[in-house]
Structure formats: structure tokens, C-alpha cells
Design a protein around this ligand. Structure first.
Ligand code: CO
Length: 164
């Protein structure tokens, strides 16, 4: 099944997702569909609620172009500050600088349910925070000023009219 990207503003994008409890073939299938949608749109990460599924599940893209899945992630430690230009598959063609933590230590499950811990910095740490934000019901535009968010909202209404 081809999964369509949900565009902001959308209620599902601003609603916290439910924990993943069943690790099995259905989760595998959903993950494959999410990755396909992500790659098709040239993304470096995708969260389940971006394809309309309320689950605490996402893909994280690494700088070498490979991806790995995260389920039920939690940020254990945060340090430093860094600002990068950020974009999002749910807010096409809109890029703004967002301040994030420079380093994060994250705990998450893989597709089998096994727990893993990872310390990330730089771009990877940024992607982790962006995707975990999605799972918490937050989009990168929620970090911007009301004025900037309003401008992007206006551009998105034009985009939605053109793209159905
Ligand atoms: Co995004």
C-alpha cells in the first residue's frame, strides 16, 4: 500500500502518538511503506503520524544515506546548542533555522522490540529531535515565531489547493 504524506496543518500532526506494543509482520510492513514514502519525497526522516498512523515509530536518516528505525524513543540526556536550517516532508519547500540540542542520548526499540541506546551529535542529533518532536505531536514550525508560522501557514494553504 502506498502511503501518502500528511501535510501541515493537520490535527494528526499535532497529536501525540500511541506507543508501539506489537512488534511483528504488520509493523515491518508499515515501516517499509514509511521508508518508501520518505525516500520518494527525498526525506532524511519520517514519523508514522506523517503517513496518518498514530504510533511512536519513525525512521532516522544518517549522513551516509542509510536509515534505521526507532520505536518508543526517549531522550535520556541533552547538551549544548546548535542551529540548523530545517525542513519537513509535511511542510514542503519551507526551510527555517531551528535551535536544538547539539548532543542527545536516546533510548529506543528496533523492529524486533530490542532496546538500544545511542549518543548522537550534529545533524543526526537534529534529526532525532525533529522526529521525536513529531511523535510528541510537534512540527518544526511550532518552534518558530507566530509571524513566521503564519506566513508558512498561508503558503501551505496555497500548496494544498494546488496539490489537492
Ligand atoms: Co518532519
Amino acid at each position: 500500500m502506498e502511503r501518502k504524506i500528511v501535510y501541515w496543518p493537520d490535527k494528526g500532526l499535532n497529536t501525540p502518538t500511541r506507543p508501539v506494543e506489537d512488534f511483528g509482520p504488520e509493523l515491518e510492513a508499515l515501516l517499509e511503506e514509511m521508508l518508501e514514502a520518505c525516500k520518494k519525497a527525498d526525506g532524511i526522516g519520517i514519523a508514522a503520524n506523517q503517513v496518518g498512523v498514530s504510533l511512536r515509530l519513525a525512521w532516522i536518516g544518517q549522513e551516509d544515506g542509510t536509515f534505521f528505525e526507532i520505536a518508543n524513543p526517549e531522550i535520556l540526556q541533552r547538551s549544548g546548542n546548535v542551529t540548523y536550517e530545517e525542513g519537513c516532508l509535511s511542510v514542503p519547500d519551507q526551510f527555517e533555522k531551528v535551535k536544538r540540542f547539539e548532543k542527545v542520548k536516546v533510548r529506543f526499540q528496533d523492529r524486533t522490540g530490542a532496546w538500544k541506546e545511542l549518543e548522537a551529535e550534529g545533524r543526526l542529533a537534529h534529526v532525532f529531535q525533529h522526529e521525536i518532536d513529531h511523535l510528541d505531536g510537534k512540527v518544526f514550525v511550532d518552534h518558530l515565531s507566530q509571524l513566521k508560522r503564519g506566513i508558512i501557514r498561508e503558503r501551505m494553504s496555497i500548496f494544498k489547493r494546488r496539490n489537492g
